[in-house]
Design a protein around this ligand. Structure first.
Ligand code: NAD
Length: 419
């Protein structure tokens, strides 16, 4: 039995997928114990001055799972339910994700236990800057490059870059990705997760014998991943019939106006304010009779409890670990094709890789270049995952994990970093 860390449903999911792949690959015990463990983790407690002059002490994390294939890469999550165990799990997903799409990165994740919506902009800036200083022991363009995740976006990345640059005494744009373009962010980065997801979802629909033109889609979550997936799927000719966020969902069988919904959210409105659609709960959205379901909100949304009620024929996991292993088994038995998270949402880290490389070279591509190269990587990666799945008669998830774990294992072994 390998040494593992305990602590959350998401971590249990991450460990399950790794252990399955390690067993299927016949990984030797030494390599297996290295890959099962977290390489490095930092817990920080830091004070932030609130607008009323009081101080609040927040807790944050930065976790690096594995750096055998390159610098650590992974998002920062600001969420009240963030835990160290979740950061460990999400860092592991990042290691496999970078490997399955063949980027020279290891996996990391971090975040702060905070509800960012409860903070003013100035409080959020002070929190982000102080947290950055605390974790600057670990992060930097050659070591560990953060990016957005739940509760963070381009503005937080700008504050992080500025804080690290103040410490260095010069601009260090390659220190984070997902920045605004005016300070070295890449064209096409914001929409990249949705675009990448669309590329692989369209292939999967075809593999399932469904014509993507006019196919129906439902999307849980309308943040960076969900909203860009909605735009991109609609542009690819699908009919997005339902979307939701943490407050409510909306549904219209004739198709939703994604641009109008995006504008509504941008102005601070609720999805429920959108006219011409009925409202529905998240549970109802997950069980709609659609061709494609994209869970793009939180982990463990499809489990043993609701998997038998899911009627979609293809699922593209926008959120990490949206389907847990029990849910996976039920859906697999029912013939539902699942494009796993480490492939389906890899568009973000692919575009982040481009951004990091471009920052290091101070040379930028057009959005056309970024989109074309992103598509190339996603198609190549999907084809490799599907080919292995067909040969080995395994699921796309098992195939993606086998490819990723084998690559990281090989890098670990060739470097000779045995315990
Ligand atoms: P976000 O904060 O931009 O959006 C999250 C969305 O989910 C919001 O619309 C929120 O209202 C909704 N939501 C939260 N709880 C919900 C619930 N219980 N039911 C329905 N909706 C709910 O976050 P994001 O960046 O879009 O990330 C979403 C998921 O995608 C996470 O699992 C994240 O790790 C993963 N991911 C993000 C990126 C990225 O680049 N942002 C890349 C790859 C994977």
């Amino acid at each position: 039995m390998t040494a593992t860390v305990q602590g959350s449903a998401t971590l249990a999911i991450a460990q399950h997928h790794f252990e399955t792949a390690a067993t299927q690959l016949g990984l030797d015990a030494g390599t297996r114990s290295v890959l099962a463990q977290i390489k490095r983790e930092l817990i920080v407690h830091f004070p932030v001055e609130m607008d009323d002059g009081s101080f609040h002490v927040y807790t944050g994390f930065r976790v690096q799972h594995n750096i055998a294939r390159g610098p650590a890469k992974g998002g920062l999550r600001f969420h009240p339910a963030m835990t160290l165990a979740d950061a460990r799990a999400l860092a592991m997903f990042m290691t496999w994700k970078a490997a399955v799409v063949n980027l020279p990165f290891g996996g990391a994740k971090g975040g702060v236990i905070v509800d960012p919506k409860a903070l003013s902009v100035t409080e959020r800036e002070r929190l982000t800057r102080r947290f950055t200083t605390e974790i600057s022991l670990l992060i930097g363009p050659d070591r560990d490059i953060p990016a957005p995740d739940i509760g963070t976006g381009p503005q937080e990345m700008a504050w992080i870059m500025d804080t690290l640059s103040m410490h260095a005494g010069y601009s260090v744009p390659a220190s984070v990705t997902g920045k605004p373009t005016v300070i070295g962010g890449s064209e096409g980065r914001h929409a990249a997760v949705g675009r990448g997801l669309t590329t692989v979802a369209v292939q999967a629909l075809r593999d399932a014998g469904i014509d993507p033109a006019g196919a129906t889609a439902a999307i849980q979550g309308f943040g960076q991943v969900g909203s860009t997936a909605a735009q991109s799927l609609a542009a690819a000719g699908l009919r997005v019939v339902a979307v939701s966020d943490s407050r409510c969902g909306v549904r219209n069988e004739r198709g939703l106006d994604i641009a109008a919904l995006g504008a509504l959210k941008q102005e601070g409105g609720n999805l429920g304010d959108y006219g011409g659609a009925e409202t529905l709960t998240n549970d109802e959205l997950l069980t709609l009779d659609v061709d494609l379901l994209v869970p793009a909100a939180m982990e463990a949304q499809i489990t043993r409890a609701n998997a038998s009620k899911v009627r979609a024929r293809v699922i593209a996991e926008g959120a990490n670990a949206a389907v847990d292993p029990d849910g996976d088994a039920v859906l697999h038995d029912r013939g539902v094709l699942i494009v796993p998270d480490i492939l389906a949402n890899a568009g973000g880290v692919v575009a982040s890789y481009f951004e990091w490389v471009l920052d290091l070279q101070a040379f930028f591509w057009t959005s056309g270049d970024v989109n074309a190269r992103l598509r190339e990587v996603m198609v190549r990666s999907y084809d490799a995952v599907r080919a292995r799945a067909q040969v080995e008669r395994i699921s796309l998830r098992e195939s993606a994990y086998q490819i990723a774990v084998a690559k990281v294992a090989e890098a670990t072994e060739v470097r000779g970093i045995y315990p």
